[in-house]
Design a protein around this ligand. Structure first.
Ligand SMILES: [Fe+2]
Ligand SMILES: [Fe+2]
Length: 412
């Protein structure tokens, strides 16, 4: 196939138009891919407009390469194109990380990746796309573009260049604003109101949808750093309070008075029917509430809210191991959804304050991207994890013992 690109009778502006068209096609491809993955329309790429420059660049690179390898075997061209695009993707990823100090995409969890910038799986897809592009897309587009009137090509080319320059400048500024926003959110997190926090996160929404891997950046720079602080603050409690509390019952009168109305509520009592780790949800939340109460009291915090929030933190009425109920259809992920369901149930049957709501909503942190707002929420989240892992280990030990018991019973 003749290379249609090197036609020196056409002016520079035709190339600009081709570049714009291929950036637009790349954007369309990414929008379809991202929108299917996130089940809603996602404006892909880091430009505001419907263009992704890396696709235009990639298209030009393989068009030029085709010129040198047009007589090569299909397999050889597949490998060469794959390598060329991989190199381009690596350099773009490397440079954008150097310039913006963050990874726009990150393949580090994929097999056969190099520094997270490229991976074998996508390189194969790019090489296949390159072959399809050169065989079907480029010849058809090129033939139509060269038919355009020279003046029209010139004007549209210039308009595109101006637009591109403006969009690129604003997009780079928005990336810088994102980085600043994350740093500000970490610095001021506990001085900001929930609405202000939501607003800041909302302003990054477009970028986070277009580059879901940016959530890792948010996680590392907010959650990761907060977690280190919280851990160093909560770890010593294990020896001071938890060991002293081991096996201690009955619970204090003060604790009962704070939570009595919840414990006796008809709807709440239904939690006794649902399994959780090695007992019922009722028993699990009761234990978490009492531990949270003790820690909060020791630290002179709002122990009443801590106990009540903790008691309501898993207020969902279904079996999480095997669910397909109106509250949580099968395709939804229990881990992320149940705090929202618990908040809705808690609001329906009790009046809850801000601290209690934050406790329920964020108890799965750092699985949820927004960190807790109150110290009491960190305590409940810690108590929940601490007791859940213990319940889990106990259940596991029991099963092993049962199995060993059966085996030895079988032996003559
Ligand atoms: Fe939970
Ligand atoms: Fe829990």
């Amino acid at each position: 196939m003749k290379n249609l690109m090197f036609n020196d009778t056409i002016s520079f502006f035709y190339y600009i138009l081709l570049f714009a068209i291929y950036c637009f096609m790349g954007w369309t491809l990414e929008v379809i891919y991202r929108s299917i993955a996130q089940r809603k329309f996602v404006n892909a790429g880091f430009l505001f407009g419907p263009f992704i420059p890396i696709y235009g660049l990639g298209a030009f690179i393989i068009i030029v390469m085709q010129h040198f390898f047009q007589d090569g075997h299909l397999v050889a061209r597949f490998i060469v194109f794959g390598l060329a695009i991989t190199l381009m993707e690596y350099l773009t990823g490397f440079l954008s990380e150097k310039i913006f100090k963050m990874k726009l995409w990150d393949y580090s969890e994929n097999k056969f990746n190099l520094h997270g910038h490229v991976c074998l799986h996508f390189s194969i897809i790019w090489a296949l796309l390159a072959l399809v592009f050169l065989r079907f897309v480029h010849p058809a587009v090129f033939q139509r573009v060269v038919l355009l009137d020279e003046e029209v090509a010139k004007i549209t080319g210039i308009v595109f260049m101006i637009y591109f320059g403006i969009d690129y400048t604003f997009s780079v500024m928005s990336l810088a604003a994102f980085r600043k926003g994350v740093a500000y959110l970490y610095d001021q997190y506990f001085n900001l109101s929930s609405i202000e926090i939501e607003d800041i996160l909302q302003s990054f929404q477009r970028l986070r949808e277009a580059f879901p891997d940016l959530n890792k950046y948010v996680n590392q720079n907010i959650n990761g750093r907060i977690k280190i602080k919280v851990d160093s603050f909560l770890k010593p409690l294990q020896e001071k309070i938890i060991l002293e509390m081991e096996g201690r019952r009955p619970f204090e009168k003060e604790y009962y008075e704070a939570v009595q109305d919840i414990l006796q509520h008809e709807e709440f009592l239904k939690l006794k029917d649902y399994f959780h780790h090695n007992s019922s949800i009722y028993h699990h939340v009761h234990d978490v509430a009492y531990l949270s109460y003790r820690i909060s009291k020791y630290l002179k915090l709002d122990y009443r809210s801590a106990a009540r929030g903790a008691l309501l933190h898993d207020f969902f009425l279904y079996d999480w191991r095997n669910h397909d109920v109106p509250d949580l259809p099968r395709e939804k992920f229990h881990g992320l959804e149940h705090p929202k369901i618990a908040v809705a149930n808690a609001r329906k049957h009790f009046s809850i304050n801000d601290i209690e709501e934050d406790i329920i909503k964020k108890h799965m942190w750092p699985l949820t991207i927004v960190p807790p707002k109150y110290k009491e929420s960190y305590i409940v989240s810690f108590a929940d994890k601490y007791l859940s892992s213990r319940e889990f280990i106990n259940e596991y030990k029991k099963r092993i013992n049962r199995r060993q018991g059966k085996k030895s019973a079988k032996k003559p």
